[in-house]
Design a protein. Sequence first.
Length: 358
Amino acid sequence: MKKRLDYLDYSKAIGIVLVLFGHITFLQSGLPDYVSVVKQYIYAFHMPLFFVISGLEMGLRFDSESQFRVDSNYIKKQFKSLMIPFYIWSIIYIVLYCFYPNCSLRAVIGRVFSTCTAKGLAPIWFLAALFIARIVLAYTIQKANRISNRYIMNIWIILVLYAMLSSLAHITYQAIFKLIQSEPLSAFLEYPLTALFRVFPSVFFLACGFLAGNVFKDFKILSKGVRLFVGILLFLLFFFAQHHVSNSVNMHLFSFDSMPAFLFCGTTGSFSIILLCSLLPDSIKVLSFFGTRTKDIMLLHYPPFPTVAVIVKVFSFFSMNPSIYITTFIVLIITTSLSVLVLDPVRNIVNRILKRPR
């Protein structure tokens, strides 16, 4: 494994703050009108950012000299890293939801079915989507390399292929649910079809990062001036494209106004953040710290965990309506503290138990 790149952790830290901000817009009332516009820009690229970063990390592990093999060991490693937490946290979410006053049997069954089909609950769905995307991309690259030894060209072809498949999947998804008028049937099909069709854009963004990781290895081989220019250019392209299209996005639900716009904005927005973060000096401990805890922050901030609700109620008790920026910062601090004080000790205990000789 190559050395850890600090600016990827910085990018993750920025990404998770954007995730918190976006989710809080659903959970906190009385927000200014402009927040909904900001949320739309955030949703256009915040989840693609994490797929691109994961692809970059894959690209740093595997290059044209490596034997890219998708075998049982690779799948087991990915399953242990992503799907075991996915199932454990899904169970925790469902159990906690059962204590909610508005809990219903139908809703619990829906959450169980969502977990079983890998559509996933928000925001845990990302773990299942990333697992499937990593397996599919690795398998596709392996098959392509057997056909042609032009390694980098193969990845470009895979990018184009999955961009086309993403658009086709979106059109097909919309057509299916226009044809099906029966609500029970459409509700039943929604879960597996969402998980299936979401694979294509997930693989596309993962492949974008994988290609960049193979070509550049480290963006810092480029001069600061080039990274600044390209980073700003990509951000402007992202901003004006999203402003022009006003694409409404929810990757979890596979809901998009325009799939091509989502692929373009997701790619340009993600790489603009990564390139601009690469301009920052190494070893910024605060950003690195948050960047290495993004999974825990993601899992702990969203209902059924009452983090945001408690903060809002505390402020309302004092007749205060905090800015969404203050709420986001407080949620970030609380979830990170829970990660350190609760999840780390639990993980250490579990690891010790698993390592005991039998």
